[in-house]
Design a protein around this ligand. Structure first.
Ligand code: PMP
Length: 351
């Protein structure tokens, strides 16, 4: 790294995204993408948008997408902020929190990008341990803080908090911003979007990358009361006022408008999760109760790293975590029925 950059850049620990190796016939269950394609209406909309208007800048307000999301969430369009994946929306929220004296609190086992954002944007932070059952215990967040963020369901555990606990957290902390990262909420957890109208300190983020099967398009959004949304707009507009490109806008709008396709895809993932959990239990795995499109599982007799390596040798990728406490766990994205069967066949031979 060049000495010309600031010492801060030298100190950053870069986020390591899931690998995308070019292995023939690869079964990719390592990055929580959808195993199904997006709605066919998305392809059609993107094809139609690929025309002469590409020479024009996109709508800086993304108004049509916000209208579609307003209908989807049941909230007015001024409660919605859109960005290039929820990663960008989160990055902007972290920037809006920078240089506070009190720390931003988040779980120690959680989305690994949070500490990276904090280092990058100089946000003071503190990681709160999960309890012995890998649950987020919100009572532990009862300490001085500049904000709280957690995914619901949490990643990589897949465990969801009930809405009643989130409501209680909001009631107990009216002066603290609470960010609920709902990247996986559509696979069976209760969404905090329903609470936004009652709490001016609540920001909820969601993504098109999982339940909408559009990780390649990079679309995410935040939902909150207009005053919170205003902060994100200000940070965003200070360096780039175009939230999404024309093709992403067209694709995302078509996706939201095809609610039937969305609901069916989510239901398929949920039923695959139940089947896979049962099959893994039968092989002796401990599987945490997941409300996401992945399961987090460990085998009492086999190391996670070994299992992941053996699966990889058979062209099947799952995610293994090296972190203390979870180093024996595998995070396995739900695939198609055939992919899940292949996984179970391979694991049957290994365990
Ligand atoms: N939050 C969590 C908990 C995630 O796991 C991810 C995806 N890895 C994201 C946010 C970001 O997703 P995207 O930028 O694709 O919307």
């Amino acid at each position: 790294m060049s000495r010309f950059w600031s010492p801060l850049v030298h100190q950053l620990t870069p986020y390591v995204p899931g690998e995308q190796p070019k292995i023939p016939n690869l079964t990719k269950l390592n990055t929580n993408e959808s195993p199904y394609g997006p709605s066919p209406k998305v392809y059609e909309a993107i094809k139609q948008a690929a025309n002469d208007t590409l020479r024009l800048y996109p709508d800086p307000q993304a108004q049509d997408l916000k209208q579609a999301l307003a209908k989807h969430t049941g909230l007015p369009a001024d409660h919605i902020f859109v960005g290039n994946g929820s990663d960008e929306v989160l990055a902007l929220a972290f920037q809006a929190l920078l240089k506070q004296d009190k720390p931003l609190l988040f779980p120690d086992i959680s989305y690994s990008f949070y500490p990276v954002y904090c280092q990058m944007y100089q946000v003071n932070y503190e990681q709160i341990p999960l309890d012995q059952n890998f649950n987020i215990n919100l009572a532990d967040y009862n300490r001085p803080k500049g904000g709280i963020i957690f995914p619901n369901p949490n990643a990589p555990t897949g465990i969801a908090l009930p809405l009643s606990e989130i409501r209680q957290l909001l009631d107990n902390n009216p002066d603290t911003v609470i960010l609920v990262d709902e990247a996986y909420v559509d696979f069976g957890a209760e969404s905090a979007v329903a609470l936004v109208k009652d709490y001016p300190n609540l920001l909820v983020t969601q993504t098109f990358s999982k339940s909408w099967a559009l990780a390649g398009l990079r679309v995410g959004f935040a939902v909150g009361q207009p005053e919170l949304i205003e902060g994100l707009i200000r940070v965003k507009d200070s360096f780039n006022s175009y939230p999404l490109d024309r093709l992403a806008l067209a694709g995302a709008i078509a996706a939201v408008e095809d609610q039937d396709y969305f609901n069916t895809a989510c239901r398929k993932v949920i039923s695959a999760r139940e089947k896979l959990t049962q099959a893994l239990n039968q092989l002796g795995f401990e599987v945490l109760p997941s409300s996401a499109n992945f399961v987090f599982a460990r085998h009492p007799k086999h190391e996670g790293a070994w299992l992941a390596q053996k699966l990889r040798e058979n062209a099947l990728l799952v995610r293994h975590f090296n972190q203390p406490r979870i180093h024996d766990f595998l995070r396995i994205t739900l695939g198609t029925d055939d992919q899940n069967k292949l996984l179970i066949q391979l694991l049957t031979n290994l365990t």
